[in-house]
Design a protein around this ligand. Structure first.
Ligand SMILES: Cc1cc2nc3c(=O)[nH]c(=O)nc-3n(C[C@H](O)[C@H](O)[C@H](O)COP(=O)(O)OP(=O)(O)OC[C@H]3O[C@@H](n4cnc5c(N)ncnc54)[C@H](O)[C@@H]3O)c2cc1C
Length: 382
């Protein structure tokens, strides 16, 4: 099941070549300047790398989440920040694909797949991150419209997205807190939409992250995704897809990129009369790193392939998300260690893997939250 088909190998190879050609020379500059180059989105869209799991009739490649993972893994191997901006471009389309109306799919999905529009998903608020159901942004029905008010925090693409899928409270009186929520598409050019960029991030610095203020933003009732009251459950289904490429694949690629830098370095760097790689403790470190990556990759591929075969195993997805992100931090840390002092110099092009890996343990569900999900799934109600 885990062997790649010839087509999947070709996709992975094409993504590798694209990333090496388009990312290598500009990645460090984009990271330093907290900027992105829109041409990369356009080119990635033209080559069909964005929203590959979206049906062809809506502009996607008609493939699976697994193929999307293969591509994002290769992108992150070169640069995690740029890879994450690619994920962010179609972040939220998974939810529209699953629950949107025909009109919504026709309107919002094709321009995202083509690299012309940028999407986004806004659930987190200043006082509600892991505790999603505690959000307070409201959407009040007013005739044929919803009027949306509230604040969102840490939103990818907040300043540059064309639209966001926003999690709102539509039924504040409902006694079941999970049934109070709905998802609504908000175009960012609507009056009352404001965003502020968050500067000075440790990780994925070229990716736009911002605060969003929604001040009485009017959207037509047709922008509701699916049914009212289903927002929390839709979000969980969304995360069961988005965590694969936006968590696991970013992590496996990051670990792989850092690992390759370490392997090259220990083959070249001389100490105690020969290359570092001749020392058995160095060999052991390389062996451990390779094994962690292989284990993480296997877990991710299995979780993604199951989703594409119609079996959404949320505990397995949570295992893949938590484990791959944790090993990305460990492998990147060891890669710096094996470089010695050179590892902390930007010039050696390895320190960014560790900086970028850290955020992977936080967004798309923190590692603690993933473990809560796994534990609950195993133990049930105790
Ligand atoms: C760069 C970046 C981009 C992001 N992009 C988006 C985006 O596009 N859209 C969006 O909606 N959000 C986005 N986020 C938000 C991200 O999903 C949240 O930061 C994350 O869910 C954690 O929420 P929090 O920051 O409020 O931390 P908190 O929820 O306050 O958690 C703080 C700590 O407490 C732990 N904790 C919380 N609950 C439990 C529990 N039950 N058991 C054990 N430990 C627990 C957490 O694991 C964490 O270690 C982004 C974040 C970052 C940093």
């Amino acid at each position: 099941m885990l062997e790649l088909t010839a087509e999947q190998r070709d996709i992975k190879q094409a993504a590798r070549e694209f990333a090496e050609k388009e990312f290598t020379d500009i990645a460090r500059e984009l990271d330093a300047n907290e900027k992105f180059d829109d041409n990369i989105w356009k080119k990635a869209g033209e080559l069909g790398f964005l929203g590959m799991f979206i049906e062809e009739k809506y502009g996607g490649a008609g493939l699976g989440h697994f193929e999307q993972c293969l591509v994002i893994e290769e992108f992150a191997r070169v640069d995690t920040g740029i890879a994450q901006t690619m994920v962010a471009a179609y972040f939220g389309t998974q939810l529209i694909k699953l629950f949107g109306t025909e009109e919504q799919k026709q309107k919002y999905l094709p321009p995202v797949c083509a690299g012309k529009w940028r999407a986004g998903m806004a659930s987190t608020e200043p006082d509600a991150g892991s505790d999603v159901a505690a959000i307070t942004t409201t959407a009040v029905k007013n005739g044929d419209e919803y009027v949306i008010s509230g604040n969102k925090m840490f939103i990818s693409n907040a300043n540059i997205a064309d639209f966001l899928v926003v999690l709102c409270v539509t039924d504040p009186q409902n006694k079941k807190k999970h049934d109070r929520l709905s998802t609504i598409i908000v175009e960012t050019d609507r009056p009352g939409y404001e965003a502020n960029k968050l500067h000075g991030k440790l990780s994925i610095r070229c990716s736009d992250t911002g605060e969003v203020v929604l001040k009485d933003v009017h959207v037509p009732k047709e922008n509701l995704v699916g049914k009212e009251g289903k927002g929390f459950y839709q979000l969980m289904d969304f995360f069961n897809r988005a965590r694969l490429d936006g968590g696991g694949a970013l992590a496996v690629g990051t670990a792989q990129g850092a690992f390759e830098k370490a392997v090259n370095h220990v083959k070249k760097r001389k100490a105690f009369g020969g290359p570092l790689g001749r020392l058995q403790i160095v060999q052991a470190k390389i062996a451990e790193m390779a094994t962690l990556i292989e284990a993480g990759r296997s877990l991710l591929y299995r979780a993604a392939q199951k989703v594409d075969h119609g079996e959404v195993d949320h505990a397995l997805i949570a295992m893949a998300k938590w484990y791959t992100c944790e090993i990305a931090v460990k492998v990147a840390d060891e890669a710096i260690q094996l470089h010695g002092g050179y590892g902390i110099l930007q010039e050696y092009n390895v320190e960014h893997y560790w900086r970028d890996a850290k955020v992977l343990e936080i967004f798309e569900g923190t590692k603690e939250v993933e473990k809560v999900l796994i534990g609950k799934s195993i133990l049930g109600k105790v």
